[in-house]
Structure formats: C-alpha cells, structure tokens
Write a protein that binds this ligand. Structure first.
Ligand code: FES
Length: 170
C-alpha cells in the first residue's frame, strides 16, 4: 500500500512538473515566435502630418515651415524634423516644396525682391510655382502633397517632380 502511494505521488509530481514546464515554454515561446514572425513595420508612405496654421501665412509669400513626422522603422518610432517652403495661393490652395534644390540638393531661399526662390550653390532660380527659371537644376522643385483641414495645413511625404526636357536657360 505504501509503495503504491509513493508511485502515485511520484507520478503526480512528474505530471505537475511537465505541466508547469509546458506552461512556461508556451508563455515564453509563443510571444517569442510571434515577435520573430511578425513582419517589420517600415516607413508608412503617404502619412499626413499637421504642419502649419494657414491663417498665419500671407498670400503668395513663401514661408519656411518646420514640422515633425513620426515614422516606424522596424519596431522603433523615430521622430524626424522636416522643413517645407509653403506658398498659400488662395484660402484653400497651398503648395509645399521640399527644401532641397533639385540640382545637387543645396538649401535654397526666397528672394523677396526678385519674387523667386534662389539656390546659392550654382544659381538656379525657381518661380513661385516651382518651375526652373534659370540655372542647372534638371527639374522643378519637388513637392509635398498637401491637405487643408479648416485652417490647418497637413503635409504628406515628398514626391519627386518630373524632369522638364525643354527647360529654358540650362
Ligand atoms: S545645388 Fe542648387 S543650383 Fe546646384
């Protein structure tokens, strides 16, 4: 009788140990496998972020606007600072240009007296609508897609402008 109780106790202990081991393996293993199999998040294109208050911008006077964009890279959230040259064409129509010259990527500025964007590196001039007026830049200024919600300007991700084959002044 005593021997039989010992066997039952040993059997119970083995089963309990196996059960706890399986529970532990499942508790640790399932999340680990899910972590490894889950696809990495990459940059989400087309996301719009709040960038400016349109009521603060003057009509047809470009304004350099700074904004922040949060993107996922793998499992990390990265906050990036961005800049756009924004031109308010009317109360509901806005253009936002990427801040780099389309020649070799220098930062350009707005020359108020000329009413043009001017790149100091190799003297490309761009019109308010982004066209190349003169200089070596091969294409108009790149743009951010924009949305207007109330008085807020939302900015998407940069879209490259297409080269202009019959560019004047090049
Ligand atoms: S980088 Fe702007 S003209 Fe060359």
């Amino acid at each position: 009788m005593v021997a039989s109780n010992d066997i039952l106790r040993r059997c119970f202990c083995e089963r309990a140990t196996q059960f706890l081991g399986a529970l532990l393996a499942g508790g640790l293993g399932i999340p680990a496998i899910a972590y490894l199999l889950r696809p990495a998040n990459t940059i989400q294109p087309g996301g719009f972020v709040d960038a400016a208050d349109l009521s603060q911008l003057k009509l047809r006077i470009p304004e350099e606007v700074n904004f922040q964009r949060v993107r996922k890279d793998g499992w990390k959230l990265i906050t990036e600072k961005s800049t756009a040259w924004v031109v308010k064409l009317s109360e509901s129509e806005v253009v936002a240009y990427a801040p780099q010259c389309t020649h070799l990527g220098c930062a350009y500025h707005f020359n108020e007296s000329k009413g043009e964007f001017v790149c100091p590196c190799h003297t490309t001039n761009f019109a308010l609508d982004g066209r190349v007026l003169g200089g070596p830049a091969p294409r108009p200024l790149d743009r951010f897609p924009t949305k207007v919600q109330g008085s807020r300007l939302l900015i998407g991700t940069i879209e490259s402008a297409k080269p202009v084959s019959d560019k004047k002044g090049a």
